[in-house]
Design a protein around this ligand. Structure first.
Ligand SMILES: CC(=O)N[C@H]1[C@@H](OP(=O)(O)OP(=O)(O)OC[C@H]2O[C@@H](n3ccc(=O)[nH]c3=O)[C@H](O)[C@@H]2O)O[C@H](CO)[C@H](O)[C@@H]1O
Ligand SMILES: [Mn+2]
Length: 339
């Protein structure tokens, strides 16, 4: 708007239109550059189906991501409620490891292996042998419909053993999502309770790629979802159906946690498994399915019972345009990677 008065005052009619032309071209190229940039950004696909029910504007999503990328170098040591936020190479993690080194602990790592997921078990176990609590007393609890898929047995290190728990379950992610919490509670009550101090649940379609040590130990431990870490609260795919027992109000929720890796003291994990299986049963009776299935109930529970230890996305990472950049990848999800 101010261009024309400026041009008119400084020169005659012919000169004015040339300057106008140059300035207009410059403005036009700026606009084209900007539009092209936004379109390129909008082409970035959310990597996971969980984003589809969100019906989010992808352009907006990417803008949020860029906001996050700016803050990426930050590795906060604490959550707003004062729980440690764990980055494996931090000083806090080192002192945590030193503290636990004085104690004798038994740690369980539990995974479900049903149907075709048997293809992941060896890679999972071998990687856990190398990186999961090396040097500690570890028991693997493998809940499977096919114990023979573990033959020949994986050779384990000293102080490490495997317990195969047969379960009569049909494969399928949706079906198992309804059952895993109940089966976890049963397994804790039957044996894990008396055999370990801490129990961690991990999706078997994962691989440990760097050390995961005693810094992860706590009463109630949850892991930040790598694609949602640093995102604004309105990006979190909490359950939005008010009828669901996983429903989360707009003013609730600090972080969005992944269901790929969580754990804690055995007694706390039993409470979690029991409460989540009840929430799932209640929805089942009402004919409701939460959008993120098990992950939705887990997140609901973790709002009501804030974790005492929060693991950074170092402990749950997969290759996706939206995943937060972290100093070290420690646990990789093979199933959730970009196709
Ligand atoms: C909340 C979320 O993001 N969920 C998605 C993600 O789930 P998840 O990564 O949560 O599911 P997943 O398929 O890895 O299943 C969870 C775990 O259950 C066990 N398992 C599952 C199915 C089965 O037939 N046998 C078996 O043993 C196995 O340990 C597996 O690692 O990926 C799934 C496809 O893989 C679906 O796209 C889900 O929408
Ligand atoms: Mn998985």
């Amino acid at each position: 708007m101010a261009l024309f008065p400026f041009c008119k005052a400084s020169s005659g009619p012919i000169r004015v239109s040339r300057i106008q032309l140059v300035l207009c071209c410059f403005l036009l190229s700026l606009i084209i550059y900007y539009l092209h940039g936004s379109r390129a950004a909008a082409r970035v696909h959310p990597a996971h189906p969980i984003f589809h029910p969100l019906e989010m504007d992808r352009g907006r999503k990417v803008t949020d991501m860029e906001v996050h990328k700016g803050a990426e170098s930050q590795t906060p040591a604490e959550t707003p409620w004062g729980a440690p936020l764990v980055w494996g190479d931090s000083r806090h993690s080192a002192s945590c490891r030193a503290k636990f080194a004085q104690r004798e602990m038994r740690i369980g790592l539990l995974a479900f292996v049903v149907g075709t997921y048997a293809q992941f078990i060896r890679r999972f176990l071998y990687s856990a042998e190398t990186y999961f609590l090396p040097g500690q007393v570890v028991t693997y609890y493998i809940l499977t419909d096919n114990p023979r898929s573990l033959d020949p047995p994986v050779k384990l290190g000293p102080e490490r053993e495997m317990k195969v728990v047969p379960i009569a379950e049909l494969p399928g992610w949706e079906r198992l999502a309804h059952r895993r919490m109940t089966l976890l509670g049963d397994a804790i009550r039957k044996s894990i309770d008396s055999e370990t101090d801490y129990i961690f649940c991990a999706d078997v379609d994962q691989e440990f790629v760097a050390p995961v040590r005693a810094e992860i130990l706590g009463d109630l431990v949850a892991t930040l979802h790598p694609e949602l870490y640093g995102m604004p609260r309105n990006a979190f795919p909490y359950e939005d159906d008010e009828g669901s027992s996983a429903y989360v109000e707009e003013d609730e929720g600090d972080f969005y946690y992944t269901s790929e890796f969580y754990g804690g003291a055995v007694s706390e994990m039993y409470k979690l498994a029991l409460a989540c299986s009840l929430l799932i049963l209640q929805d089942h009776a009402d004919g409701i399915t939460a959008r993120g299935l098990e992950e939705s109930y887990l997140n609901r529970y973790l709002i009501d019972h804030r974790p005492t230890c929060v693991l950074s996305p170092e402990y749950s990472w997969w290759d996706s345009d939206l995943s937060a950049q972290v100093p070290v990848h420690r646990l990789l999800s093979l199933g959730r990677q970009c196709q």
